[in-house]
Write a protein that binds this ligand. Structure first.
Ligand code: F6P
Length: 330
């Protein structure tokens, strides 16, 4: 058996741990030859591949980024204005690949689904620090992002306390507020603003004013998906409404880089091995899922183009509300 592996979309802590696990599982269980495809689908377009043997993937479990490189632009269905999908499928056949394991987000899964239909057998592995892929309760990389965002929130809190300021931290989360929700709770933020829950800046200002009297400082955790320049926008709106000074911090890519947490290393290993199991079972056209705490499978076509957002009645939101966290409304 000969299997290609690629990583597409933005990088994410745990990608290398998945590459390691899928490769070792395929080699160990069925003596497969594994081929690394460079820079996501660009490697299949530009014919850039290299063998991945046991040694090539050893020592990788704690390494950030992806040894294969990635691209969040490469799309064989529209490459420099041309559809090169059939050429990519032909190249994979030329390489003798029985199929490809594509590790990536919703964009990568959509391409994987389209190429599967054109004749490139594919197994998908969901990747997102935002934790927003359908049928995936917990994606690898998310725990790391939450840990980094929590630490940042805790660090700005001492500045807030010392100066009597409102401190705003913006987390990643373009369409879904999972990172902001969990980091906000973990770091005891006073206000958490999510794209899924409409907020009223007057209500946020009221929380800050009330805390000015009681505790001098307020920590606000806001997901980037709330609005363009979320942290800065809220800081500007608050400045005209409250007496305290306001400072905003945008965390950005520090949430995506570096070593995965131990929990993410374990999860990434489970995802990689689950992908190898799907390959061995010949379950082409499926993506590894994670539901009810268990690894499973779902059709690629059932996840492409969808986003798993935070439900308004999620138990974590109810819990946070009960302990006095504000979600920005009266
Ligand atoms: O989708 C994952 C994500 O981390 C988003 O939260 C963020 O908006 C985006 O990627 C940033 O992407 P880029 O690295 O292309 O700026």
């Amino acid at each position: 058996m000969r299997i290609g592996v690629l990583t597409g979309g933005g990088d994410c802590p745990g990608l290398n741990a998945v590459i390691r696990a899928v490769t070792k599982s395929l080699i160990h269980q069925c003596g497969a030859a594994v081929i690394g495809i460079e820079d996501g689908y660009l490697g299949l377009i530009e014919h850039r591949v290299r063998p991945l043997d046991w040694r090539a993937v050893s020592g990788l479990i704690a390494t950030g980024g992806t040894i294969l490189g990635t691209s969040n632009r490469a799309n064989p269905l529209s490459h420099g204005g041309r559809d090169v999908g059939d050429e990519v499928v032909a190249y994979a056949r030329e390489l003798g690949l029985d199929g490809v394991v594509a590790i990536g987000g919703d964009g990568t899964m959509a391409i994987a689904h389209a190429l599967q239909q054109r004749g490139l057998p594919t197994v998908g592995v969901p990747k997102t620090i935002d934790n927003d892929v359908m049928h995936v309760e917990r994606s690898f990389g998310f725990d790391t992002a939450v840990a980094i965002a929590s630490e940042a929130l805790e660090r700005v809190q001492t500045t807030g306390q010392s100066h009597g300021r409102v401190m705003i931290v913006e987390t990643m989360g373009r369409h879904a507020g999972w990172i902001a929700l969990e980091a906000g709770i973990a770091a005891a933020a006073d206000v958490i603003l999510l794209p899924e829950i409409a907020h009223d800046v007057e209500a946020v200002a009221a929380v800050c004013r009330e805390r000015e009297r009681r505790q001098r400082f307020t920590v606000i955790c806001v997901a980037e998906g709330v609005q363009a320049s979320a942290a800065q926008g809220i800081a500007d709106a608050l400045r005209t409404r409250i007496a305290s000074e306001v400072r905003a911090t945008v965390l950005g890519h520090v949430q995506r880089g570096g070593a995965p947490t131990p929990a993410d290393r374990v999860l990434a290993t489970l995802y990689g091995d689950a992908a190898a199991e799907l390959v061995r079972a010949g379950a082409w056209g499926a993506m590894v899922s994670h539901e009810g705490g268990r690894m499973g499978r779902v059709a690629l076509g059932d996840v492409a183009g969808q986003t798993r957002r935070v439900p308004g009645d999620h138990p974590l939101i109810d819990c946070a509300r009960r302990i006095g966290v504000s979600f920005g409304h009266a």
